[in-house]
Design a protein around this ligand. Structure first.
Ligand SMILES: [Zn+2]
Length: 559
């Protein structure tokens, strides 16, 4: 009797899958698939780190079943601007598990932002692979790193044609070492001195490998963060100039370009996100592949160390500590000496006024630490009104009366971003979510920005569910499939059969960020389960410390 081989195989296969339960069944949840579709009721089965089935799967065998009734289930979040690179290489296993990130639902980080990467990337890959990491990681080449390798210490100038060729060779090497693209930090050393032509030449190499260019732009305000009226030439680039530069780089190279941590800083610049949005919309209409990412806060990283009095006025040598000398200056006395000179005094006052406006105005600069505890939590506006002096004079008084051995006498935080601009940028379909955060542990101290712990839950709670700035589907999409698409990641960012089981289960009634600027080290609530490649990073609201992250590789042929 002839044997029907295929029928036998089919029977065998059916028997095998029936006998072999799924690793996990997430049952009864509402699935937000990451594509922006409204939620649907579906069960999700996971096997061998992948999404094995999506649909009505009641009754199938699984080693473990999670009842997700009343919860949303969505893809893991992909952070387009992450400073986790250093923490992921830490000797401390707990740090490498990235508790502040995975507790937000982040399952993939795109690291080496702002133009700074380790070199060579192969060493970074080797370290991550050997040590094990919590979330998945995609690597970028740092433009500033490459620039320093070629120009060495002579970087305060445009590069020559020869040098640009040398940098381009390094970019090619980095792309061959499986970078997803290049980051730049044009408001930082040494990116400040690069020309647009230099960047275009290098981004051509990135584009040739289907990579992405993600940029901390030259300016985020009326002028760059390093600008001081008393020292620098006027007419420096504005945020809008910088957006035009990013668009031009995308237009001339054909690369995917991203204006990273998009914002408009400074009370005298608020509202200009509208003009930036219009520039991007017009560029996109003519085919430029330009995007943004954003963290959902009105205070920046730089705001957390707001500096109003210029360093020269207090004889502050910022590099003394780095050179190993003990810093024991009397900054109050130094400031008094400076202010006795009328010409210098006027310059100090104009620098303070400028910086105060850029930080949101005196009502938006708040004291976070000062020996007089009654100052803490108060704005410069409130403190100066109480004394009947100007906010500029109040700033000087903080140094005179504050910690004498601490530059500027107090710790200040600005709120340099207008909520209206946050809303406008977030509402654009081409804005992805990011944290601009690294890995933090609760013992790290008070200087940590709330975004380290709260970015994604805050977007879900405050901006989507409570205020409707973006729909919940849109908030999830901008945190999952959108950054995946920008980076060219094809096997993550959606709930689909065959994709990696990076998944988040959250409770829409409970999800919220808890981190504040005065108490940043607080984990979010309502993120109940987080899976990285099918392994639990968060299980029933508890961190597991898992190191299930993979080093991602660009899938060039598919992009
Ligand atoms: Zn940055």
């Amino acid at each position: 009797m002839p044997i029907n081989h295929s029928a036998v195989l089919l029977l065998l296969f059916a028997g095998l899958s029936a006998a072999q339960p799924y690793d996990l069944l997430i049952a009864g949840g509402r699935v937000l698939d990451g594509a922006g579709n409204p939620a649907m009721y579906a069960d999700i089965a996971v096997r061998d780190g992948k999404i094995a089935a999506v649909g009505r799967l009641r009754g199938v065998a699984a080693s473990r079943t999670i009842d997700a009734k009343g919860k949303f289930v969505c893809p893991g979040f992909i952070d387009l601007h992450s400073h986790a690179d250093r923490g992921l290489a830490s000797e401390d296993r707990r740090r490498r598990s990235a508790p502040n990130l995975v507790s937000q639902g982040i399952t993939t980080v795109c690291v080496n932002p702002d133009g700074a990467s380790p070199w060579p990337l192969s060493k970074q890959r080797e370290a991550y692979g050997r040590l094990g990491i919590g979330p998945n990681a995609a690597l970028l080449i740092g433009h500033g790193t490459v620039r320093r390798l070629i120009l060495k210490d002579d970087y305060k100038r445009p590069a020559t044609t020869e040098e640009i060729r040398g940098m381009r060779d390094l970019v090619r090497l980095g792309m061959r070492e499986k970078a997803f693209g290049m980051s730049a930090g044009l408001e930082y050393v040494p990116g400040i001195w690069s020309t647009t032509d230099e960047l275009i030449d290098l981004v051509r190499e990135v584009a040739a490998h289907n990579g992405v260019y993600i940029v901390h732009q030259r300016s985020e305000s009326t002028d760059p963060r390093w600008f001081q009226p008393s020292l620098d030439k006027p007419g420096q680039p504005t945020m809008l100039d910088a957006v035009e530069e990013t668009i031009r780089i995308g237009e001339q190279t054909g690369a995917t370009v991203v204006w990273s941590h998009a914002k408009a800083m400074g009370a005298n610049y608020w509202g200009s996100s509208k003009a930036a949005i219009r520039l991007i919309a017009r560029a996109r209409a003519r085919g430029v592949d330009v995007w943004t990412d954003q963290y959902p806060y009105n205070s920046t990283g730089g705001d957390g160390a707001t500096v109003l009095i210029p360093a020269w006025a207090i004889g502050d040598d910022a590099f003394a500590g780095a050179r190993g000398r003990a810093v024991k200056a009397d900054y109050a006395a130094a400031l008094r000496r400076t202010m006795e000179d009328p010409a210098k005094s006027e310059k100090v006052r104009s620098d303070i006024t400028h910086e105060m406006a850029r930080r949101g105005g005196p009502e938006n600069v708040v004291v976070f630490d000062h020996p007089d505890r009654s100052f803490v939590g108060k704005s410069l506006d409130a403190l100066s009104t109480r004394r009947g002096i100007t906010p500029v004079q109040m700033t000087l008084e903080l140094q005179y009366e504050g910690y004498r051995d601490r530059p500027r006498g107090a710790r200040l935080r600005g709120f340099s971003v207008w909520e209206d601009d946050v809303d406008s940028i977030m509402a654009q379909p081409w804005t992805a979510t990011s944290t601009d955060a690294g890995i933090a542990l609760p013992e790290d101290g008070p200087d940590t920005h709330a975004r380290f712990y709260g970015s994604y839950p805050r977007k879900l709670r405050h901006y989507a569910l409570d205020r409707g700035v973006i729909s919940i589907e849109g908030a999830v999409r901008s945190s999952t499939s959108l950054p995946a698409q920008i980076l060219g990641i094809r096997d993550r960012g959606l709930v689909r059969e065959g994709l990696a089981a990076d998944l988040v289960i959250f409770d829409p009634a409970a999800v919220r960020d808890k981190a504040t600027f005065s108490e940043p080290h607080q984990y979010a609530e309502g993120i109940d389960f987080v899976l990285v490649n099918g392994k639990f990073a968060v299980d029933g609201g508890k961190l597991t410390g898992a190191l299930a992250g993979k080093l991602l590789e660009p899938q060039e042929s598919q992009k």
